[in-house]
Design a protein around this ligand. Structure first.
Ligand SMILES: Nc1nc2c(ncn2[C@@H]2O[C@H](COP(=O)(O)OP(=O)(O)OP(=O)(O)O)[C@@H](O)[C@H]2O)c(=O)[nH]1
Ligand SMILES: [Mg+2]
Length: 738
């Protein structure tokens, strides 16, 4: 490796130096050498300020030290990195002795750099990256990082510790009034602690809004003149509809300590006397300066022991409850509004009961004021009790989304693109050309009018559901150009009459179907169902040792979806023999096709011609590719590993990216059409064997919104079936259609 020479003159300002890499890449920096004011002229000490602006790697401080340590006469260096990203490093170098006005430094810069594995692979592979590629690379690394978590950071399951509010303390006070110097005991009792409720809410789809430590509101303390404290307000925590709440058992190490275990821990190691004192401290309130007198009294001792007895009973009852009736809630129904039908028609001014959802933890009882302890022996008790702690429970929350249809597929098959296309871009899920773009399940709503028209196909521009970033960039550009300033909204589009199909991207519609989405569609909407997009599944993702994919944990989100739909990349795996191999020619053709598609996006004609199809495919290094048939096998296997019988819920296989197989050139070539048909036939045969006779295979292009109507029509049928079935079960097992 060539050693590189850097020549600079330290007494001059704004020197620049450049270092050429062995393969010609330039590493350039400027040396802004300034003299310290006192020694100007004769350079004894020189402060150098080097600025490196490089565009290729993350320079690490120790690396700079290395470089500068090799510069003659440098005694110490201070390195500050403005940013650890690409790259702007400011280096302050102190040179301890005088430096000749002209000196030469030699250090094996590239030898050193290339000896570092990470750097050398970066240099060799990625020097030609554009900023966009660098950005994509970073996102990929992020996804990779998340992937390595093995799904642990998914917010579809969560351990929550819940504590009801503490009751307020009782008060030890005596009534005072003019002419009554020594009135009767008048301390009020404490208010009850606030309970904690869980309210299932249909608008939430993630558990990220649920805190993992929930504390109810404390009750207020009692006050003098018989004033009792106010009870704590109930705390209502909103959880998504479809959450399953399970209480962790006593033997579960993840369970938090209960009130008594926590006290035990706090008292560990203290002497008996200390222990008694601290336990009393936690339970009793004394009239000022009477603590010691009180504890000597027999009546206090008696009451104390009976209090401990009650407490022990409370403790046992709680344990029994946890063992015998742990909390188990399946919040799959929107909680009853809590209002009786009568209350809805009630006259104005009628008090409505607010719906608080399910009670999870009760607040603690308030402490008793000193009037409670009046007895024949003690007419003026100078003590009161403190409030009880609220219930403590540790819960495991699991989100099982209630989507009617769940999409499953290998990474990059186009699941997110499909969801976007079906929902008209309303579902905010990210699309990108690398594996594991989607990291959490996302649910979207598909709105259908008669004859299978759905809102997604009516989105009134030439929208192609491209990669999210590209879409965002083009949107930003349009905004900067001012194109959007006066543009019409979804509901104000030209072509008010329904026969104008110019706004529908040329989609064929019958007279009765609407031509616009948005609110206009409300008039025509006859059915709606939800559909869940999921992260990609790959082979062996269940095995904790394999570290493959995002694990299986996200599958719980669609565990309850009655219908599953497999999305496979129809263009993956070029050879018709079914082997997942590509000939160099196929690669070239696929690349050509992709370029052609990019330069001339398919027109509506292609969309119409697009029936079962042909093709080739773009090769993306990051794609985890598998022949569609192979993908089906893997998916089936993974679903079965997660839950026995889950794969039997697959009703349809979507062969996506069919446009890559039916490129513009191939549409006219009957040879390739034949080939594509053979390919489709092969996939159908494979599906029949693997998934059963009635599973339908539909070739589509999610990106260019082709053939989606058939998908929606079929999905609607499945959803209707499933809902009827569910209704029949609820009605008592008679499978009559309602
Ligand atoms: N040509 C073509 N490209 C498509 C089609 N559908 C999706 N793509 C592209 O395929 C890539 C992956 O799409 P995604 O929708 O992110 O795939 P995914 O299955 O959600 O991937 P993960 O979230 O990583 O599991 C993107 O670059 C899309 O633009 C299609 O029908 N035709
Ligand atoms: Mg996705």
């Amino acid at each position: 490796m060539a050693t590189t020479q850097v020549t600079t003159t330290p007494l001059m300002r704004y020197e620049t130096c450049s270092v050429a890499s062995p393969n010609g890449t330039k590493f350039s920096g400027s040396a802004d050498a300034t003299l310290s004011p006192k020694q100007e002229g004769i350079s004894k000490k020189t402060d150098w300020r080097w600025k490196f602006d490089c565009n290729f790697l993350q320079l690490k401080p120790h690396l700079l030290h290395f470089i500068l340590g090799n510069v003659a006469n440098v005694t110490s260096t201070t390195v500050t990195l403005d940013t650890i990203e690409i790259l702007h490093a400011v280096v302050d170098v102190r040179v301890g002795v005088s430096v000749p006005s002209d000196f030469e430094v030699t250090f094996p810069f590239w030898d050193y750099m290339l000896s570092r594995r990470a750097f050398s692979s970066f240099v060799h592979n990625d020097l030609k990256r554009s900023p966009e590629q660098v950005e994509a690379y970073k996102r990929k690394r992020r996804a990779e990082w998340k992937r390595r978590q093995g799904g642990h950071s998914f917010l579809d399951h969560l351990i929550v510790s819940v504590r009801g509010g503490k009751g307020g303390d009782g008060c030890a006070a005596f009534h005072r009034e003019k002419f009554i110097a020594h009135g009767p005991p008048s301390g009020g009792s404490g208010g009850r602690g606030g309970p904690v409720h869980f309210l299932p809410t249909p608008t939430l789809t993630t558990l990220s809004t649920v805190p993992n430590r929930i504390r109810g509101h404390d009750g207020e303390n009692g006050k003098g003149t018989w004033q009792s404290g106010k009870a704590g307000e109930p705390l209502v925590i909103k959880v998504p509809l479809g959450t399953v709440v399970k209480e962790l058992g006593r033997n579960d190490p993840r369970r938090g300590k209960d009130e008594w275990e926590a006290e035990e821990e706090a008292l560990a190691g203290s002497s008996v006397a200390e222990r008694i004192e601290r336990m009393r401290e936690r339970r009793w309130v004394h009239y000022p300066k009477f603590a010691e007198v009180n504890v000597q009294r027999n009546d206090f001792k008696e009451i104390e022991s009976s209090m401990y007895k009650l407490e022990r009973e409370r403790r046992l009852a709680q344990r029994r409850r946890l063992d015998e009736h742990p909390i188990y809630l399946d919040l799959d129904k929107h909680a009853d509004s809590g209002k009786s039908p009568k209350a809805e028609d009630a006259p104005l001014g009628t008090r409505q009961v607010e719906n608080l959802g399910h009670l999870i933890a009760q607040g603690g009882l308030g402490g008793l004021g000193n009037p409670h302890f009046i007895s024949s022996i003690n007419r003026a008790p100078r003590y009161a009790t403190r409030g009880h702690e609220g219930d403590r429970v540790t819960l495991f929350l699991e989100l099982k989304l209630l989507a009617d249809v769940g999409l499953v597929g290998m990474p990059n098959a186009g699941k997110s693109t499909l969801l976007k296309a079906l929902t008209g871009g309303r579902a905010k899920t990210e699309v990108a050309g690398y594996a594991f773009t989607t990291l959490n399940p996302v649910v979207g709503i598909v709105r259908v009018a008669g004859e299978g028209t759905f809102e997604g196909e009516l989105v009134p521009d030439e929208t192609v559901y491209d990669e999210t970033e590209l879409e965002e960039r083009s949107f930003e550009e349009r905004m900067q150009r001012g194109e959007l300033a006066n543009s019409l909204t979804r509901n104000q589009l030209p072509g008010q009459n329904t026969s104008d199909t110019s706004v529908t991207s040329g989609m064929p519609h019958s007279e009765s179907t609407p031509t616009r989405g948005g609110h206009f569609f409300d008039l025509y909407e006859s059915y709606r169902f939800t559909i869940a997009d999921n992260p990609g599944l790959i082979e062996n993702s269940a095995s904790p040792l394999a570290h493959a994919g995002l694990g299986h944990s996200f599958l719980r989100a669609i565990e309850r979806s009655p219908t599953l739909v497999c999305v496979v990349d129809f263009s993956a795996g070029q050879s018709l023999s079914g082997e997942n191999t590509k000939t160099p020619e196929a690669t070239v053709i696929s690349k050509l096709d992709a370029e052609e598609l990019e330069s001339a996006p398919p027109t509506v004609e292609i969309a119409r011609n697009m029936d079962p199809v042909i093709g080739s495919q773009t090769i993306d290094e990051s794609v985890i590719e598998a022949d569609p048939c192979e993908a089906i096998k893997i998916l089936k296997n993974e679903l079965e590993t997660y839950q026995k019988g889950m794969s039997s819920r697959i009703r349809m296989v979507i062969a996506n990216k069919a446009d890559l197989v039916a490129g513009p050139s191939s549409a006219s070539s009957s040879g390739t059409v034949e080939e594509a048909k053979a390919r489709l036939k092969k996939l159908e045969d494979c599906v029949k064997v693997e998934l059963g006779e009635d599973v339908v295979v539909v070739p589509v292009s999610a990106k260019y919104r082709m053939n989606l109507r058939k998908v929606v029509t079929l999905m609607k049928e499945y959803v209707e079936d499933a809902r009827d079935e569910k209704q029949a079960i609820q009605d008592g097992g008679y499978g009559e259609d309602t």
